[in-house]
Design a protein around this ligand. Structure first.
Ligand SMILES: [Zn+2]
Length: 479
């Protein structure tokens, strides 16, 4: 008995020592660089953003509602206000409204870089119109912010890129490598005519970029729980998107004499089973990378957990599972979005159908989703029908590659003591199509805690916008 206690004691001691040593060896992955000199900017950049917002380049679900004159107007405005960009770069239009600008670099062998932003915006929801403090397409300035649809998503970034480039051209700058600007016109409705077509063009032309940068991650003061520093989260992969229709037919009848099984009961059972049996949680490469970069900057206890993922993974999964965002980060999510059955109160319908939307983690394919659903619902009479093509999750960018290091360095010089961390993007961006031509697709805009994204009072702080221009300026200069 005494010996047993000794052995247990020794093992416990070994465990504690291992955990502490691993915590001690868990070194910061942040880089320290000199902040760059702020770019001297007058307010013409702000006026340009205001004007850009005033064009109603709205993407509607019904593509026929598109106002092409708004897009023509927007592009004429760009040509007029960025004369050097549009005269020195090769301009190509794809499917009429999407734009590719090609800035030729000095080197014939250096790999090009692609910077992306989109021209289109989401509509203003009728029900929320009254909640806007200003006209959403006026581009009004109020309390140091530029308000309006697109201020953040994504005209803020598009205009900042062009401002940065126009400045560099004024100075006679020529980049080392080729730089492309890719400005889609239908990001908000899947980007099929814009980004998807353009990515295919690049593929056909055998363009092999060093990296691609699109929207996605942001700078945040408070959105990383437990971290008391400013963080810049850079998307290194994007989840996939699959939708299934579940359908069942069982002869119905009068509600006074119900059969033991009805279409509604059976389908409801299947939907509840899907809810009760979620996909398995897994930290995956993206979450592990995130913890590797964030962990060393955290207070001791959190740092210890992240340094010892071999021991604390169940605990980390448990914490993540508790919030919708955390949960979506560590597993493929299941959401039933439509449920249809029945037309009359005393009639049992013979058919019921439901639409279930899945957001898949890297590595989870449509085949995996269907297999999971079949197993969980375990009901042969329910038909499973994929809706549309969906998107597979993208490949995961390599953070050890020079391209990530370069991006990290540029972001680190943007704000003092900023923590740069790679992460998994839960929504969808145009960048996903470029994951077919490069593994190094990053998703990040250089703005801090943007507000009103897809909602009311979308706005960007003028000081943030100007800093963002400085970021793109430095990024292009250093390429
Ligand atoms: Zn966007």
């Amino acid at each position: 008995m005494k010996n047993l206690l000794k052995i247990i004691g020794a093992m416990l001691l070994l465990l504690i020592v291992t955990v502490l040593v691993k915590t001690f060896l868990f070194k910061s992955k942040q880089v320290s660089v000199q902040p760059y000199k702020p770019l001297l900017l007058n307010d013409s950049c702000v006026a340009n953003l205001q004007k850009a917002i005033s064009f109603k380049t709205i993407s509607y679900d019904d593509a026929a509602k598109m106002d092409s004159s708004a897009f023509y107007g927007f592009q004429a405005f760009l040509v007029e206000n960025y004369p050097l960009v549009f005269s020195k770069m090769e301009v190509e239009k794809v499917n009429i409204f999407s734009l590719i600008l090609h800035w030729k670099g000095k080197s014939a062998t250096a790999k090009p870089v692609i910077l992306m932003a989109h021209q289109d915006v989401v509509p203003i929801e009728e029900a929320t119109k009254e909640q806007w403090e200003v006209n959403p397409f006026s581009g009004e300035v109020k309390d140091g912010f530029v308000y309006g649809r697109g201020a953040i998503d994504d005209k803020g970034s598009l205009i900042a890129i062009l401002e940065g480039a126009e400045h560099l051209l004024k100075q006679g700058f020529i980049p080392q490598a080729d730089i492309y600007f890719v400005f889609g016109h239908d990001e908000e409705i899947m980007g099929l005519k814009g980004a998807k077509t353009m990515a295919q063009l690049f593929k056909d032309r055998k363009v092999d970029p060093a990296f691609v940068l699109d929207e996605g991650g942001i700078v945040t003061e408070f959105k990383v729980p437990g971290l008391n520093k400013t963080a810049a989260v850079v998307g290194i992969a994007e989840k996939g998107y699959q939708t299934l229709k579940l359908k069942i037919s069982i002869p119905g009848g009068h509600s006074s004499m119900p059969e033991s099984k009805t279409a509604i009961d059976e389908l409801a059972r299947a939907i509840v089973a899907l809810k009760d049996n979620p996909f398995e949680a897994s930290l995956g490469t993206t979450v592990k990378r995130f913890l590797d970069y964030i962990g060393p900057e955290m207070p001791f206890v959190s740092k210890m957990a992240m340094a010892n993922q071999w021991l604390f993974t169940p605990m980390i999964k448990n914490i993540y599972s508790k919030t919708p965002t955390g949960n979506a980060t560590i597993r493929t999510t299941t959401a039933t979005t439509i449920f249809n059955a029945g037309i009359k109160e005393n009639l049992i319908p013979g058919e019921a159908e439901a639409i279930v939307n899945f957001r898949t983690q890297p590595g989870v394919t449509r085949a995996h989703v269907i297999a999971h659903v079949k197993k969980v619902i375990a009901n042969e009479s329910i038909e499973i029908e994929p809706q549309g093509d969906g998107n597979e999750p993208t490949q995961v960018a390599d953070v050890k590659d020079e391209s990530f290091k370069y991006l990290q360095k540029t972001i680190s010089a943007y704000k003092k003591d900023i923590v740069v961390a790679p992460y998994l993007v839960l929504g969808a961006t145009d960048g996903r199509y470029f994951a077919n031509i490069s593994s190094q697709v990053f998703r990040f805009i250089p703005f801090t805690d943007p507000e009103g994204f897809h909602g009311v009072n979308e706005r960007i702080k003028i000081t943030e916008f100007k800093k963002g221009i400085g970021f793109y300026y430095e990024l292009m200069k250093g390429i």
